[in-house]
Design a binder for this molecule. Structure first.
Ligand code: GDD
Ligand code: MN
Length: 361
């Protein structure tokens, strides 16, 4: 069955030709395949190299993306371009074991997704730092527990999927960060998953693009997938800002109260400080793309934010007192109060303070 091999690249000029050669060797027994390089306009001109290779060998195509960047969205674009019944994704830096490509494709005889796994018998991670092994294991482990996935390596970048299965869920994907397979597996939960072990090779040239930002994106995606989008990435950010506000409020209270003012004035000033810091943090982070910039927008936004938060504080107190009155334990009543008020604050701020249709930058 015709196969499309997707190779996302960013600054891989040094390894791409060798990766293509390795694919040619691994697929030498058949001619019903194509390879698609999806390059995000790499400064090292990987795209130029790919185009050149494609001129001599029309099985190799290149999509040079000029308008977007990101591994997951590059993979989705490659999968959408692929014409084969079977689609395979692999890194172009030779860290994936190219000799396993035929096994992965053949596994789709009896499965809808085939995962190249580092964490099963016969697989491995080679020369990773302890820190990287730890991060990778925590990520795989939480994805498996939280999302109930059956794969031993849901974070793998080496996998194959039937085109028909991909097309069924393609419209629901939210490509971000490095975890496209995790998303695919979640959406295709009911389908059959096969696994093929491989050993992750050390990088020979160039460098990894995995960064702290990628890990953070992973965490946000996990929350969204686990709650079926009931809890959005934006809500997580909002809640974290709220948490930081608690720190700011108590921190500034102790500072003010111990040195400069009485308890009442201190409480008031501390609350005001936390309100300002929360508003600013939400403005530049949680609602970054709807940011208030002009003095007028900032004042109006802060005013609304304070009014909504004051109602939220009232809701928090009421829920806590009421549940305690009904006989709930104080900590449980407090948590319920915090959840109720945070939810209230979030949705009102989303719809009023930072309502959509932000003016263009
Ligand atoms: N088009 C495009 N755009 N390609 C990218 C981008 C991007 O923004 N970022 C990375 N790539 C390409 C790289 O050029 C490489 O071919 C492949 O994607 C993997 O990137 P690496 O930066 O080498 O990832 P890694 O080796 O650190 O991470 C590996 O392990 C992860 C899980 O632990 C990869 O196999 C990942 O796919 C995997 O999720
Ligand atoms: Mn790599």
């Amino acid at each position: 069955m015709y196969a499309s091999i997707i190779l996302p690249t960013y600054n891989e000029a040094a390894s791409l030709p060798r990766a293509i050669d390795a694919i040619r060797a691994a697929m030498a027994h058949r001619d019903d395949w194509e390879a698609i390089v999806v390059d995000d306009d790499s400064p090292d001109r990987t795209w130029e190299l790919a185009q050149q290779i494609g001129r001599d060998d029309p099985r190799i195509r290149c999509y040079r993306r000029l308008d977007r960047r990101g591994l997951s969205s590059a993979i989705v674009d490659g999968l959408s371009l692929g014409t084969g019944e079977r689609l395979l994704v692999m890194d172009a830096d030779l860290q994936h074991d190219v000799t396993k490509v035929p096994d992965l494709l053949a596994s789709l005889d009896a499965a809808d997704v085939a995962v190249g796994s580092r964490y099963m018998r016969g697989g491995g991670v080679g020369e990773w730092s302890k820190w990287r092994i730890f991060l990778s294991r925590v990520a795989s482990w939480s994805a498996r527990i939280v999302l109930g996935l059956r794969s031993t390596d849901p974070m793998s970048g080496f996998f194959a999927v039937r085109r028909e299965a991909f097309l069924q869920v393609a419209g629901k994907l939210n490509p971000r960060g490095y975890k496209l397979l995790m998303e695919l597996l979640t959406l295709l939960r009911a389908r059959r998953v096969a696994e093929v072990p491989y050993v992750f090779a050390p990088r020979q040239t160039g460098e990894s693009k995995l960064s702290g930002g990628v890990i953070w994106e992973f965490f946000l995606s996990l929350v969204e997938l686990a709650t079926r989008n009931v809890v959005s990435a934006r809500f997580v950010k909002y809640a974290l800002v709220g948490l930081s506000g608690v720190g700011v409020q108590y921190g500034s209270f102790y500072l003010l109260w111990s040195r400069f003012m009485g308890a009442e004035a201190g409480t008031f000033t501390a609350i005001a400080t936390a309100a300002i810091s929360n508003y600013m943090a939400n403005n530049v982070w949680t609602f970054a793309e709807r940011r208030h910039r002009s003095l007028q927008d900032l004042l109006r936004g802060f005013g609304l934010f304070v009014v909504i938060s004051a109602c939220g504080a009232f809701i928090n107190q009421s829920v806590t007192w009421y549940l305690e009155h009904l006989g709930a334990l104080l900590p449980a009543a407090m948590v319920a109060g915090i959840v109720a008020s945070t939810t209230w604050n979030y949705f009102l701020n989303l719809d009023l303070t930072w309502k959509g249709h932000a003016r263009p930058e």
